[in-house]
Design a protein around this ligand. Structure first.
Ligand code: CTP
Ligand SMILES: C[C@](O)(CO)[C@H](O)COP(=O)(O)O
Length: 264
């Protein structure tokens, strides 16, 4: 996969806009439509997963977990490119295959937290030719069950939104508050959602929000919330869970096998 090749700043005129006739000596005015990019933070250690190395490289079925993630994103034909962020010195993508579809770019600029990996990845994306008004869909490498249909649903819901938004799941279970290992209260869950990824925002707005929010936020929406924005909630899928704990590998492998039509 490419490490340094710049994405050519493709001409991206808005096919819906009508340019007024220009005289030959007048520079042509072209309305520019924002492009869509994916950014995949892939620099975590997976300390809760119990895996021997970073969980994103655990093999599920035929290939590493993160390659399932990238395969699904690359199949979204509205994406101009996918920026992956790995830790300095991580050799995985030196030999990894390029998925079919949107080009994948790799930057070794992972940070100590997810927030810093994403923030550094935004700079890498801009250096590749992305523009501050372009959209970025930040997606965890560890959510390998994302589907192109999920991503397209998010894009459709957010492309005309002034802020952007995220996939999320309405809480399916009764919600308890704990104190000392016992139930202290049952909470109202009617307005509670579980945040997933991708999370889709304008690159420049997200960068500015991270500067203001700092390193402690755990998702992009939180950074936007801290600067006074209300990201849109878009229905996600229970299958789009984040591989986090040891038992999650078998569940993800089973879903992938079922989708591929293999017996479980
Ligand atoms: N410093 C970090 C931490 C996390 N991530 C990425 O952010 C995503 C979501 O993070 P999480 O699932 O919490 O991954 P880990 O930090 O790897 O796991 P843990 O918290 O169990 O150590 C993952 O794809 C992970 O690789 C990252 O790019 N840089
Ligand atoms: C971004 C995220 O996937 C939303 O649920 C999640 O917050 C990232 O994982 P972490 O465990 O909070 O770092």
């Amino acid at each position: 996969m490419t490490h340094t090749t710049p994405i050519s700043p493709a001409p991206h005129s808005d096919p819906t806009s009508k340019a007024s006739p220009q005289s030959p000596s007048t520079p042509e005015l072209v309305a520019v439509a924002p492009r869509l990019w994916a950014l995949v933070p892939c620099a975590g250690n997976g300390s809760r997963s119990g895996a021997a190395g970073p969980k994103q490289y655990t093999v599920l079925g035929q290939q590493a977990l993160v390659l399932h993630t990238l395969e699904a994103l690359a199949a979204v034909d509205r994406l101009a490119g996918i920026q992956v962020v790995v830790s300095a010195g991580d050799p995985f993508f030196d030999t990894a295959p390029q998925p079919q579809g949107a080009p994948v770019f790799v930057a070794n600029c992972g940070g100590a937290t997810r927030a810093s990996s994403v923030f550094n990845g935004l700079s890498a994306l801009l250096a590749q030719g992305a523009q501050p008004l372009d959209w970025v869909l930040v997606h965890d490498a560890a959510r390998c069950l994302i589907t192109p249909a999920d991503v397209n649903r998010l894009i459709d819901a957010c492309k005309d939104d002034p802020v952007g938004g995220l996939l999320a799941l309405k809480l399916p279970d009764t919600l308890k508050q704990e104190q000392g290992g016992r139930v202290a209260a049952t909470l109202d869950r009617s307005d509670k959602w579980l945040a997933q990824t991708p999370q889709m925002f304008r690159i420049g707005a997200l960068q500015a929000a991270y500067v203001a929010a700092g390193d402690a936020v755990t998702d992009e929406a939180s950074a936007l919330e801290l600067v006074g924005q209300s990201p849109r909630l878009v229905d996600g899928s229970a299958q789009n869970f984040k591989v986090t704990y040891p038992q999650d590998f078998a569940l993800a492998a089973a879903v992938l096998a079922a989708r591929a039509g293999h017996p479980l």
